[in-house]
Design a protein around this ligand. Sequence first.
Ligand SMILES: NC(=O)c1ccc[n+]([C@@H]2O[C@H](COP(=O)([O-])OP(=O)(O)OC[C@H]3O[C@@H](n4cnc5c(N)ncnc54)[C@H](O)[C@@H]3O)[C@@H](O)[C@H]2O)c1
Length: 339
Amino acid sequence: MKVLSVKAHSREYEIVIEKDFSHLGEKVKGVFHGKLLAVYDQNTHPLFADEIKKELSHVELLEFILPAGEETKSIQNYAKLLSFLAENGFTRKDGILAVGGGVIGDLCGFVASTYMRGIAYLACPTTLLSCVDSSVGGKTAVNLAEGKNLVGAFYAPSLVYVSLSSLSTLPQREVECGFGEIVKYAFLDREVSEGDIKRGITEEIILKCLNIKKRFVENDEFDKGERAKLNLGHTFGHAVESLSYYNYSHGLCVAKGIDKIIDISCKYYGYGEDKREQFKGLLSSVDFALSIDYSRQDLLDKIKIDKKAESGAVSLVLIKEIGNTEVVKMPLDKLEELI
Ligand SMILES: NC(=O)c1ccc[n+]([C@@H]2O[C@H](COP(=O)([O-])OP(=O)(O)OC[C@H]3O[C@@H](n4cnc5c(N)ncnc54)[C@H](O)[C@@H]3O)[C@@H](O)[C@H]2O)c1
């Protein structure tokens, strides 16, 4: 078992990385003693509910199953979960356990942050993306018809429990999705190397990514500065994701976004071909099709309506060196010139 302790400003909590769910019971006991609502989606319930029920046999455990997919992160499901908690007499000493990817995690975290002004939130992330990224850091949210993640709160979990065996059932698209975020960590911090990435899903790489995320969260829990660097590749990534009508996985779009940022960074800092090759070499450790099939104008139009394009400028995370990135407020006309 590996345990990381996140000392965030709002709360200190453990991230447990274990081969299976066999220590979930003892870890839950360590943080809380009330009853628990375990929330699954339709894919994670058949895979993990029996095991979790067995491990949490000492806990009064209720279940709630939602459809899989981004649409689940809605105000309607948020309200349904709140009503379910109230109907079943949940009080401030009780809690909610998310078993799934970032969708279930973001939704449950937001429910936990607001039900009775805050109840315990525990997470068993089961996608690679949620293990290395979304389950840690306390960003919770639901979507509105007007846009993604428009309603949410910062609310740190009381426990994050990663069962490595749960990742063995992931479809290839979800593995790819996780590696898009993992290669991002490799650009942010040299702790994750090309070799680590080439070895695939290992405890070591998950631990390294979580360590990097932990440091960002401890230094800037409420996203006022340094944490913005975790958006590397995301400005172009979100534009491509939206132009593809979400046919490409989020992680693939992040990798395509990083590819664009490499070109822009090299022009911005005046780097030569050697540096560009070095950056592209690291990115190619994930075997993704990196070309972007959309025009420069389509990308710029999307970026302009992105929430980051404020007063004619966009915040971009640029790569100075591998392991050294910088947030640059770039005027849109300058971006047009560099893209
Ligand atoms: N809070 C944050 O800091 C943060 C960071 C990044 C992304 N996010 C959010 O995370 C969400 C995306 O999360 P995601 O990529 O985990 O997607 P997801 O939660 O939609 O899961 C992807 C698919 O994998 C299935 N699945 C989950 N675990 C499985 C398993 N072990 N085996 C087989 N199938 C499994 C799910 O049912 C779903 O169909 C987005 O809403 C995004 O906004 C949040």
